[in-house]
Design a protein around this ligand. Structure first.
Ligand code: G3P
Ligand code: MG
Length: 247
C-alpha cells in the first residue's frame, strides 16, 4: 500500500489541451491554462541524441510535417518541424516541445504535470531513467510531476533513478497482475482506460491503497459516475466541458 501524498486535482487536461489544440505542444499547454486547468498530461520520449521531447506516436507522420520514427532523429532536426499545421492554420509554425520548455511553461501557468513516459520501442529503461532524472531537476521546487507509463521497464528505471518521484502504472485493459506490478514499482496510482472500470474494481483498487486516474473520459455523465465510485482523477480531451471545477 502506498502512503504517498496525492496533491493532484480531479481533472487533468489530456495531451495539454485535449481536442482544442495540437496535442503535446506549448500551444496545447497554453490552451489547457486558458480553460483554467491545474494539471496536464503529456507524452515524453527521447530523440536520437537523448533530448526529451513531447510526442504521442512512435512516428512523426500524424502530428507534424515530418515522417518516420521520431526517436531516430536528433533534436536539431526535430526542432525544425511544424507540429501545429496538421491541426489547423491557426497553429502553423508551432514546434515540437522539449521537456525543459514544457516545465517552464507549466511553472508560468502554475500547472501540475503528469508526464507519461512513452519510449520508442527498445528504449524503455533509457527513457524512464532520463525522464525521471530531468523531471527531478526541472520540477525541483514545484509539486512533483506524476510519472506514468504503460512500460513496466520504464517505470522501474524511473524508480531506480529518482525513487522520490510518484509513479502510476498505466493499463489499457484490466490486468490481473495489477497488484503485484504496482507493488513492485511502489506506485502511488494506477492509470486505467475508464472502459474497464466498474464500481467493484474501483473499490478493489482503493482497498489496496492506490489512487486511480482514468482516461480518456469525455462524457460529463460518465465522469460523474466514475468520481462517485471514488476515482481520484479524470483525464479528458473535453477540456472545455469537463473543466477544473467539474462536479
Ligand atoms: O496517460 C493517459 C493517456 O494519455 C494514455 O493513453 O495513448 O492517450 O497516451 P494515450
Ligand atoms: Mg498519454
Amino acid at each position: 500500500m502506498s502512503t504517498q501524498h496525492w496533491p493532484y486535482p480531479r481533472i487533468v487536461a489530456h495531451r495539454g489541451g485535449g481536442k482544442l489544440a495540437p496535442e503535446n505542444t506549448l500551444a496545447a499547454i497554453d490552451t489547457g491554462a486558458k480553460y483554467g486547468h491545474q494539471m496536464i498530461e503529456f507524452d515524453a520520449k527521447l530523440s536520437a541524441d537523448a533530448q526529451i521531447f513531447l510526442l504521442h506516436d512512435d512516428t512523426l507522420d500524424r502530428t507534424s510535417n515530418g515522417w518516420g520514427v521520431a526517436g531516430q532523429l536528433p533534436w536539431e532536426k526535430l526542432s525544425q518541424l511544424d507540429a501545429g499545421s496538421w491541426f489547423g492554420n491557426a497553429f502553423t509554425g508551432e514546434k515540437l516541445a522539449r521537456l525543459d520548455q514544457v516545465a517552464a511553461r507549466c511553472r508560468q501557468h502554475q500547472m501540475m504535470a503528469n508526464i507519461e513516459i512513452k519510449p520508442t520501442i527498445g528504449s524503455d529503461a533509457e527513457t524512464g531513467r532520463a525522464v525521471a532524472q530531468a523531471a527531478a531537476i526541472l520540477w525541483q521546487d514545484q509539486v512533483a510531476p506524476l510519472l506514468s507509463s504503460f512500460s513496466f521497464e520504464a517505470l522501474e528505471a524511473a524508480m531506480k533513478a529518482e525513487p522520490q518521484l510518484p509513479r502510476g502504472l498505466l493499463s489499457h485493459s484490466w490486468d490481473p497482475q495489477w497488484q503485484e506490478k504496482t507493488a513492485a514499482l511502489a506506485c502511488v496510482s494506477i492509470h486505467l482506460n475508464h472502459k474497464v472500470l466498474t464500481a467493484e474494481r474501483v473499490a478493489e483498487l482503493k482497498a489496496a491503497g492506490l489512487k486511480i486516474l482514468v482516461y480518456t473520459v469525455n462524457s460529463p455523465d460518465r465522469a460523474r459516475e466514475l468520481l462517485k465510485w471514488g476515482v481520484d482523477a479524470i483525464c479528458t480531451d473535453a477540456i472545455d466541458i469537463i473543466g477544473p471545477d467539474f462536479h
